[in-house]
Ligand binder design. Structure first.
Ligand SMILES: C[S@@+](CC[C@H](N)C(=O)[O-])C[C@H]1O[C@@H](n2cnc3c(N)ncnc32)[C@H](O)[C@@H]1O
Length: 275
């Protein structure tokens, strides 16, 4: 146990950050503009989707975690379907949506080997949450998503394809702080290079939590994963092994935001459509 300058102790927890979903939810989603993201996803579906006769009204989030957008979709008349490998995240998803009076559908499955029998019009994934260590795993994932969509349905991938080249492999740090009631969180996200040729990097999320209802100590929760970098032209080539066609690149969750390809963006959104 380390002593912080303020006299507060700091403890490294053996519990992973995704296993404390209420802290993850606060760190990642506190104050987020949920309506903006939902409107973007529904506008993209309206403009670029080719689903038959009004579609199924079903929206699938891959690696849904705490399903921050679920209640917003349900309020707009869509059935939200969440898929995740972490049961604690799914429990929080169910709890939060029930608190809001909605019954969502959740699937405790791996995103690289699943099928959702009742097909969806739209699938999406946030914050580069496609867990892949090779192109083969990425294509396997795309095929699973495709099998869960109706023809003409869309898959929207947020930050999965690299929108900048300059700092893909240099250590990248994002740090931010969140406070709500008795809980304060210092969050940090960073990337480290593992293999330049295999295009592998490690992504690490660290949550330093002080929850005054429990203790005045700071508890550190960490989550790490290995990530295969995927470049735009590589992505387009990989689509050739699937029954998706390319629709377009967007700069964040804004249908009208210009993507300046000479500058690039950290928030590249790729939209593809099932043929
Ligand atoms: C960065 S969080 C994203 C959660 C949520 N979508 C969000 O935007 O905050 C990544 C999520 O992916 C899940 N996950 C990790 N590997 C997975 C896999 N192979 N299949 C399905 N979900 C996975 C984790 O359990 C975690 O909930």
């Amino acid at each position: 146990m380390a002593k912080l300058r303020s006299g507060v102790s700091s403890v490294v927890s053996s519990v992973a950050a995704y296993d404390v979903p209420h802290y993850y939810e606060l760190a990642l989603w506190h104050g987020a503009d949920l309506d903006k993201i939902i409107s973007f996803l529904l506008d993209v579906l309206k403009v670029h989707g080719r689903v038959q006769r009004g579609g199924t009204g079903r929206v699938l989030e891959l690696a849904c975690g705490n399903s921050a957008l679920a209640s917003g979709f349900m309020k707009r008349g869509f059935q939200f379907v969440g898929l995740d490998l972490n049961e604690k995240m799914l429990e929080l998803s169910l709890l939060r949506t029930r608190e809001a009076g909605h019954e969502i559908e959740v699937h405790h499955k791996d995103m690289k080997s699943f099928i959702i029998e009742k097909k969806c019009d739209l699938a999406f994934v946030m914050f580069n949450s496609v867990y892949r260590e090779s192109n083969d795993e990425f294509v396997a994932h795309l095929k699973c998503v495709s099998s869960s969509l109706v023809p003409g349905g869309l898959y929207v991938l947020h930050m999965v394809v690299e929108g900048t080249h300059d700092d893909v492999y240099t250590t990248k740090n994002f740090k931010w702080k969140v406070k709500s009631g008795p809980v304060s969180i210092k969050a940090e996200f960073h990337r480290d290079v593992l293999d330049y040729v295999a295009q592998l990097r490690r992504e690490t999320l660290q949550l330093r939590v002080v929850d005054k209802l429990k203790s005045s100590d700071e508890v550190i929760f960490t989550e790490s994963s290995v990530d295969k970098v995927i470049y735009p032209q590589e992505f387009l080539m990989l689509l050739g092994s699937t029954d998706f066609e390319f629709v377009g690149w967007f700069n964040g969750f804004d249908l009208l935001a210009t993507l300046d390809s000479t500058v690039g963006t950290d928030y590249l959104v790729a939209v593809i459509r099932k043929k």
